[in-house]
Write a protein that binds this ligand. Structure first.
Ligand SMILES: Nc1ncnc2c1ncn2[C@@H]1O[C@H](COP(=O)(O)OP(=O)(O)OP(=O)(O)O)[C@@H](O)[C@H]1O
Ligand SMILES: [Mg+2]
Length: 347
């Protein structure tokens, strides 16, 4: 539904030029929710603003529903933007207009009659849970309600795509959850394709199907969310995930962790189990079949959109030759294994 081909953005010129976005290729499938995640200044806003050409890319093409936006005239672009709604971190509502009038604004600009505007706005207020707030002014609303108004307004022109720039970053966790639920409902009910940017893994975990990781203006990794949370492919992906999961070996162990195995060391492994592969049977199988002990240092279960993800950091306590066999065995199973390092044996 959205295709970025070789899209880059340089702000300014000469010695003051900022390469905010290096050439990026990104595909957002129709009906999906795709999250772009990255740290501050990574180029997330630049990327999303290039999609509706709020920023004109320095190179490349932007296709939305197979239409090349970069090739359109100003009037063609205005029309194409009806297919692309956008919401922002700070809502950007007009304080002098009521909730109803804020949602109606894009329709007024499109020249739609008053009666038709009413027929479109009221169901949107209903959808976003604002029916009783139609006559209220933004100043009378909570942050979550303001974002609902912004969502209703973004949907007024019946877009195919919704762009969200840190839409929940100004909200508390509970309100964030309710806005994310609303976005998920809109995605399923209206079949709307959503591209959102965030710096929070929690947002990605809660509603995204696909995730793209961006750093220093470069797209580092793109993955299905389930895959990303089980086995990120890049070092940066692993850093993001580990920071989020806070699944690090205990500090006293970290201090003893050696990079290479030695004569008398045990491997420390991080295991990620997906789906029904329960952790307990694997551990008992290792003990039984290889006659080693497995010391579990950290473990927990995460729910990733209804799918179970088990995480564990463990020490494989056996002679080197056997622990090597264990690692080979684990690598053949449907789980993700990472050797974090080695510790000196105490025995
Ligand atoms: N209009 C502009 N003119 C010059 N430089 C800009 C402009 N907008 C952004 N930049 C620079 O481009 C880089 C990427 O900025 P961008 O706003 O896209 O990052 P971001 O990932 O959205 O960050 P944040 O999480 O803080 O919102 C930054 O170095 C920023 O300073
Ligand atoms: Mg930003």
């Amino acid at each position: 539904m959205i295709k970025l081909e070789n899209v880059s953005k340089i702000y300014g010129q000469g010695s003051g030029a900022v390469h905010a976005l290096k050439p990026v290729d990104l595909h957002v499938p129709k009906g999906s929710i795709t999250g772009v995640i990255g740290t501050s200044g990574a180029g997330k806003s630049t990327l999303i603003r290039c999609v509706n050409l709020l920023e004109r890319p320095s190179t490349g093409r932007v296709l939305v529903d197979e239409q090349d936006l970069t090739a359109l005239s100003e009037s063609g672009l205005r029309k194409a933007r009806h297919d692309i709604g956008m919401i922002f971190q700070h809502f950007n509502l007009l304080s002098s207009r009521t909730v109803f009038a804020n949602v109606a604004l894009p329709l007024e600009l499109m020249g739609i009659t008053k009666r038709d505007i009413r027929d479109r706005v009221l169901p949107l207020l209903e959808l976003t849970g604002l029916s009783d707030k139609a006559a209220s002014y933004p100043a009378e609303l909570s942050g979550g309600q303001k974002q609902r108004v912004a969502i209703a307004r973004a949907l007024a022109s019946r877009p195919k795509v919704l762009l969200c720039d840190e839409a929940t970053s100004a909200l508390d966790p509970q309100t964030t959850a309710s806005i994310l639920t609303l976005l998920r409902d809109i995605n399923t009910q209206l079949g709307l394709t959503i591209l959102l940017i965030t710096h929070e893994m929690e947002v990605v975990k809660t509603i995204c199907d696909q995730v793209a990781l961006i750093a220093n203006g470069e797209l580092v990794e793109t993955a299905e969310v389930g895959d990303f949370f089980t086995a990120p492919r890049t070092q940066l992906g692993r850093t993001f995930l580990n920071d989020y999961l806070e699944l690090e070996p205990p500090r006293n162990l970290l201090e003893r962790l050696l990079e290479a195995p030695g004569e008398r060391t045990h491997p420390i492994v991080r295991l990620a189990f997906r789906g029904d592969t329960a952790s307990a049977p694997i551990i008992s199988r290792l003990s039984r079949e290889f006659d080693i002990e497995v010391s579990i240092l950290e473990a927990r279960i995460e729910d990733i959109q209804g799918r179970t993800l088990g995480l564990m950091i463990a020490e494989l306590m056996g002679p080197t030759a056997i622990t090597q066999d264990v690692l080979t065995f684990l690598n053949k199973l449907d789980l993700h294994v990472e050797v974090l390092g080695h510790v000196q044996r105490n025995d």
